[in-house]
Structures are given as structure tokens and as C-alpha cells.
Design a protein around this ligand. Sequence first.
Ligand SMILES: Cc1cc2nc3c(=O)[nH]c(=O)nc-3n(C[C@H](O)[C@H](O)[C@H](O)COP(=O)(O)OP(=O)(O)OC[C@H]3O[C@@H](n4cnc5c(N)ncnc54)[C@H](O)[C@@H]3O)c2cc1C
Length: 374
Amino acid sequence: MATQTSEITIIGGGVVGLSIAIGLLQAGRRVTILDGADGDFRASQGNFGLVWLQGKGADFAPYAEWTRDAVTAWPQFAAMLEEMSNLKLALSQSGGFEFFTDTTEFDQFRASLERQQAHLGNRFSHEIIGPDDLRRMYPGIGSGVVGATFCAADGHVNPLRLLRALRCAVTALGGNLVSDALITSISPSMSGGFDLSLQNGNHLGADRVILCAGLGTSQLAAQLGFETRVRPQRGELLITEKLADRLPFLSSTIRQVDEGGVQIGGTKADAGPDDSETLPIMAQLARHAVTVLPALADVRVVRAWGALRVVSPDGYPVYARSKQHPGAYLVTCHSGVTLASLHATVLAEWIDDTSRAPNLEAFDENRFALSGAA
Ligand SMILES: Cc1cc2nc3c(=O)[nH]c(=O)nc-3n(C[C@H](O)[C@H](O)[C@H](O)COP(=O)(O)OP(=O)(O)OC[C@H]3O[C@@H](n4cnc5c(N)ncnc54)[C@H](O)[C@@H]3O)c2cc1C
């Protein structure tokens, strides 16, 4: 028996759940966010902070479009969030590089940018930069770099401050954010809506439920009639001591955070539910950074960590409404930082099914049934 009922309950208080909450609160909904325990895997606390378009959706036009829209919406979203939270997100969107040390990988990525270009037309531009031109632009680039690509729309943000700002904004808008509220089961209620059971023995009711519990999504998805299952993919990162000098560029694997440290990342491993950092990958990351920018050899690494990405069967976002249980939604994605600007705005229209809702049919989970991938 549920003791309290909310209009919309969001399960998961990471970047995805909090962003969605903001849009719904601004649309006038009463929203409760139930977030799990401190020991949970939390991609939102371990990510790289890119707001990135380059390479996204090369083989899936709707994702290329959606990401393009997200990147475009970021400045306005950041301004809104900064005002509501009184925190600086350190958003910078002055373009980003991909650096290559292997010619085959360089060629493959160039080809994928051509496909992305074909999808986006004049809404996308990119540059291919040969090694000589690159070193003319940045004399400090290492001799092992065989070329780079550049997209002027790429950028980055301080990801931990983003998370804090989202939490502040949700509270400022009147959202009910509950921590240590792990949901163990959900069932449709006899009187309509849903009954939620918490690990601490409490029960809550909700008219509508949005499942965005990161790696906790799979376990609850089946109870709401969803097919989607997500898997962890480990990324490892290093951060250096703070540098007084600014790094002259942003890349998808090397970026300087606004506080001054240089963050190095970009690895991917299927390691199951294990987010520990490993010595061989730490060495690989350091080697990569020094190959791209030899001057970094003199800089001390002060911290390393691993974090688990939340990956759908085909790697693209899922926006699904439960057919079995109307009023239940599932949202999961890999690039939750980049997409936060849309999750906090137009996604509310999709959840409320208004005439202004974006067309997200391509992201429905029925694509897994068709491909047998879920
Ligand atoms: C190494 C790494 C680098 C990344 N780099 C970038 C990047 O540069 N740019 C970018 O856009 N994205 C990046 N990402 C991806 C981005 O971090 C994620 O897409 C985003 O954080 C996912 O947010 P989420 O809210 O879905 O999941 P999470 O942050 O994992 O949050 C899920 C929440 O759900 C809660 N939860 C789980 N189960 C339950 C339950 N049963 N009941 C209640 N609550 C529950 C958990 O406690 C948790 O707080 C990166 C990710 C990683 C790991």
C-alpha cells in the first residue's frame, strides 16, 4: 500500500534524471526524484565533461540530429542553470580536436565524419588537419600525431558542477529530491498509477514513473514491460596537478578543466560491474597524452579513477513509453552531459505528449525487438 503519491516520480538522480526533472518542473508538474545509495555506480560523478558533436550519429542520422540540437541548446541551458543554481558551469564551446597517432584510425574517423556531414548538411562542419598544418598551428604537438579532425561546435563543461547545479535547480524549482531511496520493485496499482517499494521498507505511489536509473535500469525495466537492458562500459581517467598555463586546445581525450588540471581519458573496456582503475590503462593514458603533447611529460598526475558508462544494446539513447503500462517511461543514454540541454527542456513535451514534442520514434526500444539486440 503506497503511503504518499507524487504526480511524476523519476527513478535515478543522475544527470539524466535531474535534467528531465527540470523540464517537467518548469512545465508545472509535481516531481519526486528517488535516488539510490552512495555506493551505486554513478556515471554522472566520473565522466569527462564533453559537450560533443564530432563523430556522433555517423551511422544513425536521428542521433546526429539530436546531438546537434543538444549542442546548439547548451548555451541557453547553461545560462538558465547558472542563474537557478548560482554556480558557474565553465561551459566552453570553442571547438574540439580528435588527435590520431594511427593512420588507419585517422582514415576511418575521417570517413565517419563524412557520413555525419551527409546527415547534417550545413548544420555541421568539420576540418581534416594534416600533421604539418597541425604542427604549424600548435608547434608543441608531438611527432607521433599523424593528423587531427576539428569541429567548431565541440566543447566541454565542469561535470561535477553540472551535477551540483542540476540538484540545486531541481530543489529551487520545488522538486522533491530524495537520496538513499533505492527502489526494489515497481508494480501497476489497482487504482491507477504505480506502487513503488523501497529498500528501506517504505512504499510510495506515483501517477507516472520515469525510469532513468543508469546501470540500475535493467533490473526495474522488465517490471514495467520494457525490453531495454543496459550494460556497463568502463572508462578510466587521469588528472594532473593544476597548471598555470592554459592548454591551447580541447580534445576528446585531453582537456584542461577550469580549475587548471589536465584531464586525460577516453578508454573503453567491457569489464563488467567493476569501476576500478588499472595500472596498464593508466600507463596507456599517460603515454597517449605525452605523445600528443610532449610537454606534459613534466606534469604530475595526482589522481586516477574509473567509471562505468551506461550503454544500451546499440549504444544509442532510448526514449521509450511502456505499451503494457501507460504512464511508465524509460530514458537512458550514453552521452548524458551532452544531451542534458534537451533532457531539461523539450523532453518534457515528449513525456507530456504535447503537440510540440520532438519526434523520438527512432529512439524507441522497438528497434531492439526488430534487431533482436536487447
Ligand atoms: C568515463 C566516462 C566518461 C564520460 N564522458 C562523457 C562526456 O564527456 N560527455 C557526455 O555527454 N557523457 C559522458 N559520459 C556519459 C555520462 O556521464 C552519462 O551518460 C550520464 O552520467 C548518465 O547519467 P544517468 O543519470 O543515466 O546515470 P547515473 O549517473 O549512473 O545515475 C543513475 C542514478 O540512478 C540511481 N539508481 C540506480 N538504481 C536505482 C534504484 N533502483 N532506485 C533508485 N535510484 C537508483 C543511482 O544511485 C544513480 O544516482 C561519460 C561516462 C563515463 C563513465
